[in-house]
Design a protein around this ligand. Structure first.
Ligand code: B12
Ligand code: SF4
Ligand code: SF4
Length: 383
């Protein structure tokens, strides 16, 4: 075994399904990133535009003084195409992005990369300065992965491996030692396919292999802290945390559906298809208990329940009216009450109207009152 094969075997023992090595250099597509920021497509993710962080993205060697090599690893999560389209249980259900079905990947990848560094020190017989990242630092991770030979950047903007599809998370280990670098992956295997562009519910994928994050369901349901814009709510469908549509339709993922998944990322019960009526009643304690150690914590209870309310409004099942009415009357978070009012307006009917009318005089928040009035108007227009 040569040195690269030994490191690869070390990475595989730690559960990484693939790995590559590159050198720190200015990212090949930095200009794309700058243009994307200039157009404001990052929405409220201000950390992406902060100047010191943009500078670091341009100079990966500044992440670790003396950096000579970067190991890029991939950790597979469940392929969403491997599950049926709906659960067997009754009632309206939500959809959760597959990367979030198990444990939070930050808590898996960074400790394993540190173990890889310790293993490497033993292998090389010297101490090695290192820094481990996964989605935690000012790095263009996909650009690095493409440079490390792991795959190409698809039209859906995801890094796609020709052997594994795109259902994996990336991690990087910056090192101050020279390791044999891989050849960048130069081919574009998307060809004439446009399935992801055609299927994206909000049409947010742009022709230059970027997307308008402000319209992406993943952004709207995870990163966005405020209201989901009115015109986008119907397009969110039943996604309550993230979105996998542009990966589910990709032929490269269909090909690798059913492949091995890291056990820590395997689906927890009820997570892939949460029952929406029950989710809407989660107390803060129940939310914390259910999503302990899960990426869903990032949306916080109020963001998650906002998403659940929108999904119920889109589900068209009036059996949820009493649940939404209860939320509108008793939920302390105004953000959630606003989206519950919208959902009642979407469902329509006598009971939904009654719930909105009785909640209005008791409501103290001006924005919730506005949302209730809009929902009532919508009901009258619909007859
Ligand atoms: C911000 C962010 C988001 C935003 C914006 C996404 C976007 N496409 O820009 C939102 C919240 C919408 C998002 C959603 C998701 N994300 Co995200 N996200 C990030 C984050 C933190 C930064 C990405 C970024 O800088 N975007 C700005 C754009 C301009 O940069 P870029 O996407 O890296 O694109 C580069 C290439 O496109 C390149 N480029 C452009 N044209 C060309 C042409 C060629 C030929 C080449 C080679 C390159 C190239 O230039 C760009 C700049 O270098 C990264 C982690 C990281 N630090 O990199 C994770 C990351 C990209 N996300 C990840 C995941 C898993 C997701 C979701 C699948 C989660 C989900 N299921 O809901 C979705 C997928 C949505 C999608 N289609 O991309 C993974 C992707 C793994 C993979 N296989 O690609 C990452 C790498 C996190 C990780 N550590 O694993 N995400
Ligand atoms: S994650 Fe969903 S909304 Fe975002 S680009 Fe993909 S299909 Fe479109
Ligand atoms: S769906 Fe087609 S165009 Fe989109 S990323 Fe996959 S192969 Fe490329």
């Amino acid at each position: 075994m040569d040195q690269r094969e030994r490191i690869q075997a070390g990475a595989e023992r730690l559960g990484f399904s693939f790995f590559g090595i590159t050198r720190p250099a200015e990212p090949a597509h930095l200009a794309v990133y700058r243009d994307w920021l200039r157009a404001g497509r990052h929405g409220e993710m201000a950390y992406l535009a902060a100047e010191p962080a943009v500078e670091k993205r341009a100079h990966p060697e500044r992440i670790l003084p003396g950096c000579r090599s970067i190991i890029v690893v991939g950790l597979r999560y469940a392929n969403p195409s491997s599950l049926p389209e709906s659960p067997r249980s009754e009632g309206p259900f939500g959809r959760m992005a597959a990367y979030a079905w198990g444990k939070d990947y930050h808590d898996i990848i960074v400790p394993r990369l540190r173990e890889l560094a310790a293993w490497l020190e033993a292998e090389l017989g010297c101490s090695v300065a290192h820094k481990a990242y996964t989605d935690t630092g000012p790095i263009l991770e996909r650009d690095l992965a493409q440079q490390a030979g792991l795959g190409w950047i698809g039209k859906n903007t995801l890094l796609i491996s020709p052997d594994q599809g795109s259902c994996f998370l990336l991690g990087e280990l910056f090192l101050d030692v020279d390791l044999p670098a891989n050849t960048p992956f130069e081919a574009d295997r998307c060809g004439t396919c446009t399935r992801c562009l055609d299927a994206c519910p909000t049409g947010c994928i742009l022709p230059d292999r970027t997307l308008d994050a402000r319209r992406c369901i993943s952004y709207l349901t995870i990163e966005n802290r405020g209201d989901i814009p009115l015109e986008l709510r119907p397009l969110v469908g039943n996604w309550v945390f993230g979105c996998d549509v542009c990966q589910q339709v990709c032929p490269w993922n269909k090909r690798f559906a059913g492949g091995p998944v890291d056990p820590e990322l395997a689906p927890r019960p009820d997570v892939p298809f949460p029952g929406l009526r029950r989710e809407l009643s989660l107390t803060p304690e129940q939310f914390n208990q259910k999503f302990k150690g899960s990426p869903v914590k990032r949306a916080k209870r109020r963001g998650y329940l906002r998403n659940v309310a929108v999904a119920l409004g889109n589900a068209g099942d009036r059996a949820a009216v009493p649940d939404l009415a209860r939320t509108l009357r008793h939920e302390p978070e105004a953000l959630v009450r606003r989206h519950a009012a919208w959902a009642l307006g979407q469902l329509g009917g006598r009971d939904a109207r009654h719930a909105l009318e009785t909640a209005l005089p008791a409501e103290t928040d001006a924005l919730v009152r506005e949302e209730i009035r809009r929902a009532l108007d919508q009901g009258s227009q619909a007859g």
